[in-house]
Design a protein. Structure first.
Length: 274
């Protein structure tokens, strides 16, 4: 299993690097959209076991929200308009499609939450890329987040003794969680040295600890949703990782947190390049 994880990473890392580093913004939007829509599709399968018109409606909303992040550079308030439309259209869609009225409350909630769970947090990748050093910012948070996952996984396998949350994710241990935080700190200093030398030691240490914690909260949150739905993995698209949702569950928490941390605490790199 560990070998497959390494092989998958070896294949994915240069692809992600090339997309972020060399492709223009429109293609980066499509790349992020692929992540989001596959993950959203997997999420909707938790509730709708078979893909249907309501799942499709949610995917359309998710892509529309990503477009609003793409348009936000030149269109202030685009995200607010799209979010409002999603709420209204989700309800209208259930009316027009004559869905079972007993399913309306849960069904509409699932559609909207799928958009908010996937498209909204990961859409901040697009906002990050608009910032000065945007590409380097993306590389930084990816390295830190995946450093957490890797450190927690291998530390847990080697030293794990005490269960962290057995009713949600029996395989996770306290030792693994601590290893994940320590790995996040190390990854933050490594990624800062590579991509963001302007980061101070205090900023780097703080972000390593914070993202080491919230990354694992994101992982546990997805495990909670899967357990509630009675599934083990969200999918099988990535060998040894499961589905796309299993791969990005931590990023769902760390990407927006990192974006707002940069915006509010490091304003010197928040300007949009000319």
């Amino acid at each position: 299993m560990g070998g497959k994880r390494v092989v998958t990473a070896i294949v994915l890392i240069p692809v992600i690097y090339s997309v972020v580093r060399y492709l223009p913004p429109l293609y980066f939007l499509l790349f992020v959209a692929a992540w989001v829509l596959i993950g959203q599709y997997e999420f909707y399968r938790f509730y709708y076991r078979v893909f249907n018109i309501f799942s499709l409606l949610g995917l359309i909303f998710g892509f529309a929200l990503l477009l609003s992040f793409y348009a936000e550079e030149n269109s202030a308030g685009a995200k607010g308009v799209v979010l409002t439309a999603i709420v209204l259209l989700a309800l209208t869609g259930f009316l027009l499609l004559k869905a079972n009225v007993r399913d309306a409350l849960t069904g509409v909630s699932v559609i909207i939450f799928g958009v908010l769970y996937m498209a909204w947090p990961l859409g901040h990748l697009i906002s990050l890329r608009y910032l000065i050093n945007g590409q380097h910012l993306i590389f930084f948070i990816l390295i830190v987040t995946w450093g957490v996952d890797t450190g927690a996984y291998y530390t847990g396998r080697l030293f794990g003794r005490h269960k962290l949350s057995p009713h949600i994710s029996p395989g996770k241990t306290v030792e693994g969680a601590v290893g994940g935080v320590l790995s996040a700190v190390g990854a933050a200093f490594f990624a800062g040295w590579l991509f963001l030398p302007e980061l101070t030691v205090n900023h780097t240490l703080f972000m390593g600890v914070i993202f080491g914690v919230i990354s694992q909260i994101g992982d546990l949150s997805e495990s909670m949703l899967k357990r509630s739905a009675g599934v083990k993995d969200s999918g099988h698209i990535l060998p040894a990782h499961g589905g796309m949702l299993d791969r990005v569950d931590s990023l769902i928490f760390t990407i927006p947190a990192f974006y707002y941390y940069i915006i509010y605490f490091m304003p010197q790199i928040t300007r949009v390049p000319v």
